[in-house]
Each structure stands twice: as structure tokens, then as C-alpha cells.
Design a binder for this molecule. Sequence first.
Ligand code: APR
Ligand code: ZN
Length: 365
Amino acid sequence: MRAAVFYEVGKPLVVENVELGSPRAGEVLVRIAATGVCHSDLHYIKGDLTMPLPVVLGHEAAGVVEGLGPGVDSVKIGDHVVLLFAPACDHCRYCTSGRPHLCEMRFRVRGKMPDGTSRLRAGGRELNHFSCVSSWAEQAVVPASGVLPIGRDVPFSIAALLGCAVTTGVGAVVNTARVPPGSTVAVFGLGGVGLNVVQGARIAGAVQIIGVDVLAHRLEAARRFGATHTVNAKSDDPVKAIRDLTGGGADFAFEVIGRAATVRQAVDCVSRGGVAVAVGLPPTREELTVPGPSFVLDEKTLRACFYGSSRLRFDIPRLLALYDAGRLMLDELVTAAFPLDRVNEAVATLDRGDGLRSILQMAAN
Ligand code: APR
Ligand code: ZN
């Protein structure tokens, strides 16, 4: 099959022939139909975060089940599926306590399948998997717990976004922070994930939703997704603007960029008793800081959100129901589609902040 291989930080990805091993026990083979280009992939490409190389990136995807390893009965050949980058074992303390997104399997697999081996090879060399998905490819072998069947009527581009951006963004609001109706909410970073935080806040019944970005077109998009106010952090101090607009500080602030400086702004812009949520993945060497005395005296909370704190098998169907009801804007999120061969252009588009979300659309579809 063809896949985009990431060999070296700062170098373009190489689209080449890659050998894909057959699915083993508990694994499935998926033909990728569409896969999103997310800033988490870009963090690794730029070297802000590290992982074992070479690797096939891509963690936001949808496709069709094409093969089953021994013992798999949760899906059938031909099923349309969303790929999940947090495979779950179903019996660790996290799975059994209703937090499968924190399953310990994810921490064991680093670059490999759950059995500790790789299904990917190129030029006689073993390649690493990315979060048991590696979807910037024509096909992928993934754990059966890493696929969720969906209806055939769901467009693959929409289904792909449910694999990361939508589930993470909306989940940050409704699962992680549990924003109650009538809240005031600030959102730092209005890309593919941040716009879903904005629409999650709208669905949750927030009365003020203040979007912050440095790109004018993203601020405009945020208004369409439900922001009531926007602040351009290039020209205005977002902390002051948010404190002014909310009369003393927002109830909730979400950082959806992945930088310590903006996490600090999120902490600083919330009111007494307010909650700041770190959704973006900060670079390896950065530390997140809070102001000593006022953090305690103002009784603030800083908490993190991974994958929207989602129970994916429950949350993805309910997100689809919101989409069907016309309350979740997903078609509007996809602003460009590239063939796999042009993956480096798609990555550059994300890096420049052009459009909203780009996807790679595979040739067979
Ligand atoms: N202040 C405000 N906005 C900023 C700033 C800043 N200082 N710096 C960057 N931004 C904006 C960018 O202009 C862009 O619109 O943050 C947005 C980030 O959006 P994307 O690049 O589309 O990233 P996305 O895929 O949404 O991921 C965001 O969430 O899941 C994590 O790892 C992911 O850390 C990443 C974050
Ligand atoms: Zn992502």
C-alpha cells in the first residue's frame, strides 16, 4: 500500500510503498477513506513532541473494514468505521471505572501494536505506528477496540473528524468541564479542535462564548460556530478583553493551541472559582505555570482534557445524532481535501492556518 512516512524532523514526509502485515488476533484491517490533518500530527513533524521514528502519522480517520484477525466479532467486513486513537482493554482500572480514554493500553503501545510488534515495513526497515492508527495511508491494521462502526450514510470526511477534532472539542466542554447552561466561556485557539469547543459551548447553553485567535478568518469562523464575541490576540490583550466582556472573568476557559503562555492566559482570564482546561498538547520541554497566591485565593482550577474525556462508544453516536439534528456543524469544518500524494501540502496548509480542517481523501473513494 501507499503511506506517508515521517523519517526526520524538519524534512517532508515521504509517500512510498509500505508493506502492511495481516491483522493478528484481536486486530482488524481497515481501508482508509478519509483522514484529517490535525495539529497533534504537526507537533511531532516539527519536533515539538517526540516519538520513535520512522513512523506513519495520522490519528483522525474513517474507512471500511477489509479484513479480520482471529477472534474478532465486534465488526464485520464491509462495516464503515471511525478509527479511535485510544484503544481500550476493557478490564484495567480506567476502563472499569468508566474512563476508557485513559486505558493503560495507550501507554504501553508507543509506536507499536498492543502485542509489542509492528505491522509496518518500508525498504526492509520496520516503521512505527502512531497511537495504533497510522492513517496517512491507504490501509491500516488497528486493534479491534480502536474501531467504532457507524452508519453507511455518514460521509467519510465527517466520520474522520469524529475520530479526533469533534470528539475532543465538544467532549472538553460537556465531559471534561461539564459546562452548565448560562456559563461564560473563553476559547483560545480556533482551529479544527477549538471550533468544536465553541460549538460544544453553544450546545451546552453558554450565554457568552468568546473566541480568541490571531487569524481574522478563524475569528469569523468562530462566529458562525457560535461565538458571541471574538478577540484578536495579535492586536488586543485577550485576558483584559475577556475580563472586561464578562465583568470580571469567564466561568470557563479552554486552551486549544498547545502552548504554556496561552494556558497561563486561560488561567488568568477566569473568574474566582473559574476553571481553565488545557486541551492543546504542549511541547515536550514546556511547563505549565499558575500564579502562586491568586490561584489559591481565587480558588481556580486548571485541569487537562485528553480526547474530550470521552467514552467514545457512547459519545460518537450522540455527536452523530447532534449532527443529524442540525445542531453540530461538521460539513462546514472540512475546507480542503488532498490526495495522499499531496500530504505535505495539507500539512503546510495546517501550519499556515489556512481554511479550517483539511482532510486527505484516498483515491479509492
Ligand atoms: N493566541 C491565540 N490563538 C493562537 C495563538 C495565540 N498566541 N497561537 C496560535 N493560535 C491559533 C492558530 O492561529 C490556530 O487557529 O491556534 C489555532 C490552532 O489551530 P490548529 O492549528 O488548527 O490546531 P488544531 O488541530 O485545532 O489543534 C489544536 O489541540 O489536540 C490539540 O494537539 C492539538 O495542540 C493542538 C491543539
Ligand atoms: Zn488530533
